[in-house]
Design a protein around this ligand. Structure first.
Ligand SMILES: [Zn+2]
Length: 315
């Protein structure tokens, strides 16, 4: 069965009847750093420039990775930087029933199968793909015996998935050979990131996802799930990343420094610069609200089209 679809989602530009809804979705495994602030600021500016809502989601499904109270730290960091969200934050851990329902629907449609493959087997047998390893479908061809906890995978089928990213342009993948059957629920029962994310965007009514270009590969999986669940996908805009001195993406894993409230102004100024908005240097000492107001008044998202990653300027 061939699935080919030009599933460009609704955007504020393309569908004026649908008001813009954006979001920021941090994982509370550690405090925000300059790289996460860049994503937060880009999505905030894009949402506000469209007169839209900006929602907050706490991606806390992987509980063991999320220290107690870290969500509060993140909310305080956002507030200190003047990035105020609309409504109550959505916590993934409070939404398990919604993920279970979506998984049930996929299973009822015959789109899932159990997988007993060990990490070692996957490392040995998976093929390299453009967005990570592609599963060899071993358990689809050789169903494992039931009776113990098994992971569940999506049977992706054949076809071409393509969409136009607002800033990265035309994107396409062969579903079977380049994406592959991926995990929807781990053997320990935890909902997979891709399924949770697809459900979250739908439930929050997100019209456009703005995030770092390191997540482009995930977008294919999430769009595929959205399609299989019969939903309309949001539009996507993948923006630039900040790189550390080692040339790698600034992240908690490589010990990026936590954002400090007393440096909120300079932090935001650096983000505007990394977003190629060319803020005047006179703005560098201004208060967060003033910097954001300038950023909003001068927002030029077209500067982000195919923008390469930027190194963090250390003072
Ligand atoms: Zn398997």
């Amino acid at each position: 069965m061939q699935h080919s679809t030009d599933d460009r989602g609704p955007t504020a530009d393309g569908n004026p009847d649908k008001p813009y809804v954006g979001r920021f979705a941090p994982t509370p495994s550690g405090p925000l750093h300059l790289g996460s602030l860049l994503t937060a600021a880009a999505s905030w500016l894009q949402a506000r420039a469209h007169g839209g809502r900006w929602l907050l989601r706490i991606d806390d499904l992987d509980r063991p990775r999320c220290p107690a109270g870290m969500d509060t730290v993140i909310l305080q960091q956002l507030e200190a930087h003047g990035l105020v969200w609309d409504g109550e934050p959505r916590y993934q851990t409070a939404c398990q029933a919604e993920y279970d329902e979506a998984l049930e629907n996929l299973s009822t449609a015959g789109l899932t199968y159990p997988c007993s493959c060990t990490r070692a087997r996957l490392q040995e047998t998976s093929l390299p793909g453009p967005d990570g390893p592609v599963y060899d479908r071993h358990c689809h061809l050789h169903p494992p015996p039931r009776g113990r906890p098994l992971a569940l995978r999506l049977r992706v089928g054949e076809g071409l998935l393509h969409f136009t990213d607002r800033w990265q342009g035309e994107q396409r993948r062969q579903v079977e050979s380049e994406v592959g059957d991926f995990v929807l629920r781990r053997s320990d029962g935890m909902t997979g990131y891709q399924l949770a994310c697809a459900v979250d965007e739908q439930r929050q009514g997100i019209t456009e996802v703005v995030r770092g270009s390191d997540l482009l590969g995930s977008t294919f999986r999430q769009r595929l799930l959205t399609q299989r669940l019969g939903w309309q996908a949001p539009a996507y805009a993948h923006g630039p990343l900040l790189l550390g001195d080692d040339g790698l993406k600034l992240s908690k894993q490589n010990h990026a420094a936590p954002l400090r409230a007393d440096e909120a102004g300079p932090n935001l100024w650096h983000c505007l610069q990394a977003l190629r908005q060319e803020p005047p240097s006179s703005l560098q000492g201004a208060a967060p609200a003033e910097i954001l107001a300038w950023g909003l008044a001068h927002w030029r998202p077209e500067a982000l089209i195919a923008a390469p990653p930027r190194k963090v300027e250390t003072n």
